[in-house]
Design a binder for this molecule. Structure first.
Ligand SMILES: NC(=O)c1ccc[n+]([C@@H]2O[C@H](COP(=O)([O-])OP(=O)(O)OC[C@H]3O[C@@H](n4cnc5c(N)ncnc54)[C@H](OP(=O)(O)O)[C@@H]3O)[C@@H](O)[C@H]2O)c1
Length: 356
């Protein structure tokens, strides 16, 4: 059994879901892949950091964080004073980073991911900031160290978008995409269609834990826009920032407009899209009034979908139903396994099962 030591930075909704998934999938990962995944370090902003080179007790870490306690109590090795010190002290094969997005700079996540790669770890993130602000340098640094920078969970949670293009569509050229990429606004619009006010729908999204206490990042379209920038940068090979995505959110839509649309068989959706125009890409996020012939019309609640148009496959749609932190956690786990398993090994278990 090969031991793979992991560092988690960020232990909120996503970091905790990663810990829960590691506990739940431990048996499968051992039997399918011969790997024992072990978290040896956890870093947070205000709940301290923990380090134990023999492996932290993840169940206890979850108990501590969920009761508002400090993680330092878990440390058996000297307690790092901050996340930077943790990064320097830990001996791990991969960093799984899930701290809040910084739209302007991607920091401090970019610094953490850089530090991890420099120390010989794979760098895995659920955070869109580093993808948009540092895709090229982090990818180059990873390559120079024989490691990988992966970020599957940054857009559409665990749904394989980046991996699909990286592993399955060699030589294909992405010409355009169109989709619903923000769960919070899609839920708010679905609830408003059922008669709730904007404020009540936002409150419900917050109660479910999917909207931030300040929901402007979602409702003003910033989250959608940074996801569009990430897809354009990585999949279309045209690095763009947030400023190059034409952006309008849903905050201007009135209850009356949404009810009127519904009565006439239409639906407002916050639609993301990009298309190539010569060497450039035109990218946008804006509310669109859709009729029932549009595939996005049927994407309701927290679900999301994207249709890719390529030169070889025409239109190809990926849709995820009711995602959440657990699906995001799976995106990070899949990245990790894809980093540490030789490519062919990922399918050994299936092959031997078929033979058996
Ligand atoms: N929630 C989802 O379903 C989802 C889906 C896809 C992608 N994402 C992305 O995943 C990331 C995390 O989301 P989340 O919902 O888990 O956020 P969250 O619940 O707010 O948790 C953030 C975690 O990061 C820690 N943190 C904050 N600033 C830090 C810093 N400067 N250095 C070290 N740690 C820091 C926090 O520490 P404290 O515990 O001390 O506050 C907390 O543990 C975001 O980038 C988000 O966009 C989330």
């Amino acid at each position: 059994m090969r031991r793979v030591r992991l560092l988690l930075i960020g232990f909120g909704n996503v970091g905790q879901a990663v810990a829960e998934l590691l506990l739940a999938k431990d048996g499968d990962i051992r039997s399918m892949h011969g790997l024992a995944l072990q978290v040896v370090g956890i870093g947070t902003a205000s709940h301290g950091a923990a380090l134990d080179s023999d492996g932290l007790n993840l169940g206890r870490a979850l108990e501590l964080i969920q009761t508002g306690s400090d993680l330092r109590r878990l440390s058996r090795d000297p307690v790092p004073s901050d996340v930077q010190e943790l990064l320097q002290a830990v001996e791990a094969e991969a960093l799984l980073e899930s701290i809040p997005v910084n739209y302007e700079s991607g920091q401090p996540a970019v610094t953490y991911l850089t530090g991890a790669l420099e120390r010989g770890m794979h760098a895995i993130t659920a955070n869109k900031g580093p993808v948009v602000h540092a895709f090229a340098p982090l990818t180059a640094l990873a390559a120079s160290r024989g490691r990988q920078f992966r970020f599957e969970a940054a857009v559409m949670d665990g749904a394989p978008l980046f991996s699909l293009w990286r592993e399955c569509l060699p030589g294909a050229r992405l010409q355009a995409f169109r989709g619903i990429l923000n769960s919070t606004t899609n839920l708010i619009l679905s609830l408003m269609e059922q008669g709730q006010s904007f404020a009540a729908a936002v409150a419900e999204a917050q109660r479910l834990g999917i909207a931030e206490s300040n929901p402007a990042g979602d409702t003003e379209g910033w989250d959608s826009a940074i996801k569009v920038a990430a897809l354009v940068t990585v999949l279309m090979g045209v690095p763009i920032g947030l400023g190059q995505v034409e952006r309008r959110g849903i905050e201007g839509l009135t209850d009356r407009e949404i009810q009127q649309a519904s009565q006439s068989g239409h639906r407002w959706k916050l639609v993301c899209g990009a298309k190539r125009i010569g060497d450039q890409v035109e990218a946008r996020v804006e509310p669109e009034l859709l009729d029932s012939s549009d595939p996005l019309f049927h994407v309701m609640g927290t679900s999301a979908a994207v249709t890719f148009t390529s030169d070889v496959l025409g239109e190809l749609t990926i849709r995820e139903n009711a995602p959440g932190p657990r699906t995001t956690a799976y995106g990070m786990l899949a990245d990790l396994l894809n980093c540490v398993l030789p490519a062919a090994r990922a399918f050994d278990w299936f092959a031997s099962n078929r033979r058996g």
